[in-house]
Design a protein around this ligand. Structure first.
Ligand SMILES: [Zn+2]
Ligand SMILES: [Zn+2]
Length: 354
């Protein structure tokens, strides 16, 4: 049997914390359950999921639809696109059967690369490797959630790059339906024509997706909209030492207000979320932190781990922790006792890579 391998390569950087990750988990489940109802897909489609933040790993190996079990999607710091592409290419080398004189291999793999940010590693070597050896025998479709991704870099590996500009729930699930429909159409087509053909882009606009050329083709507003749309900070709970993430986002663009918002670097509290210890395994080791001025951050969340009133206290070691009513707490990072005084004013803290 010739299999149709489908790879999902998913950005799980900090900016995806909260709703985006939940939508992504649900999205993958929906795709699989929709494909399971399609006899063509059931016969040919095999699915694998690769996640990438600071590190990239396969979180679901290539298996048929019936054996596929939706993985829990992790979160980490960083957007190592180069590592993600390398893991993908290694997976293709190991798990996709090539056509030889004696046997017919698998169908060309289809890759859906989903990202919302700019690479934090240098992906140039991986891009060259992809262009030299893989581009001709696979189709890679990149989908950016929002407009903060690096379209030009993605255009070097993907054909096409699609942007989901509006990332609310409804639009997201329309996009997920489009993915399912494309895979179904593809598995049907290979059965009928007995050859690979490119994924149809006919219905992308119905799914809220826009085909993105290189940014030189875009107007200024879009090019400059690519600065970071959120600030993420990592802390540890002083009660149970577990990590958490605080996420601030730029206010959503309101028509006519774009200029105003761009000139004001304000971020509103979006929420504070529990993190798993695995967050640190998924984060890059050598990350150069950026400083953010806390006066640009609006809102202080309670600790998502223990409910302490502020998850936003800083130790002399430079790390964030939560505090309640106590005057003295032990820093869960450096284990020194610290005394907090009221109203220490604005300070600069280290922000995540997003
Ligand atoms: Zn706490
Ligand atoms: Zn400390």
């Amino acid at each position: 049997m010739r299999r149709l391998p489908i790879f999902f390569v998913i950005d799980v950087s900090e900016s995806m914390t909260g709703e985006p990750i939940e939508l992504m988990e649900k999205g993958i489940e929906n795709i699989v359950s929709s494909l399971r109802q399609d006899p063509h897909s059931l016969e040919t489609v095999f699915i694998s999921v690769i996640a990438f933040a600071g590190k990239a790993k396969t979180i679901a190996p290539l298996v048929d639809l019936i054996s596929f079990y939706p993985p829990k999607i992790p979160v980490g710091g960083g957007t190592s696109l180069g590592s993600a592409l390398n893991v993908l290419m290694d997976e293709i080398d190991t798990n996709v059967k090539k056509t030889t004189y004696e046997t017919r291999g698998d169908w060309e793999p289809i890759v859906f690369l989903i990202t919302d940010g700019k690479p934090t590693d240098d992906p140039s070597q991986a891009i060259t490797r992809w262009q030299d050896k893989y581009a001709k025998n696979a189709s890679l479709i990149a989908i950016t959630l929002g407009l903060n991704a690096d379209i030009d870099i993605l255009n070097q590996v993907a054909n096409p790059v699609l942007a989901l500009e509006n990332t609310d729930k409804n639009q997201f699930f329309k996009f997920i339906e489009w993915v399912s429909a494309s895979v179904k159409a593809q598995s049907q087509m290979i059965e009928l024509d007995n050859k690979n053909s490119p994924v149809s882009l006919e219905k992308v606009s119905n799914a809220g997706l826009r085909i993105m050329g290189n940014t030189s083709e875009l107007n200024n507003h879009e090019a400059s909209a690519s600065d970071s749309s959120c600030v993420t900070l990592t802390g540890r709970c002083s009660s149970n030492r577990r990590p958490y993430l605080i996420k601030y986002a730029k206010p959503k663009l309101v028509e006519g207000m774009e200029r105003f918002i761009q000139n004001h670097q304000y971020y509103h509290l979006e929420g504070a979320y529990k993190l798993e210890e695995s967050y640190f395994e998924w984060s890059s080791d050598n990350y150069v932190a950026e400083q953010v001025d806390t006066s640009s951050l609006d809102g202080i969340p309670p600790c998502p781990q223990c409910g302490n009133q502020s998850a936003f206290a800083m130790c002399g070691c430079g790390k964030l922790l939560c505090i309640g009513d106590e005057d003295i707490v032990m820093c869960p990072w450096c284990e020194k006792s610290i005394k907090f005084s009221q109203g220490s004013g604005d300070f600069s803290i280290t922000r995540g890579q997003g």
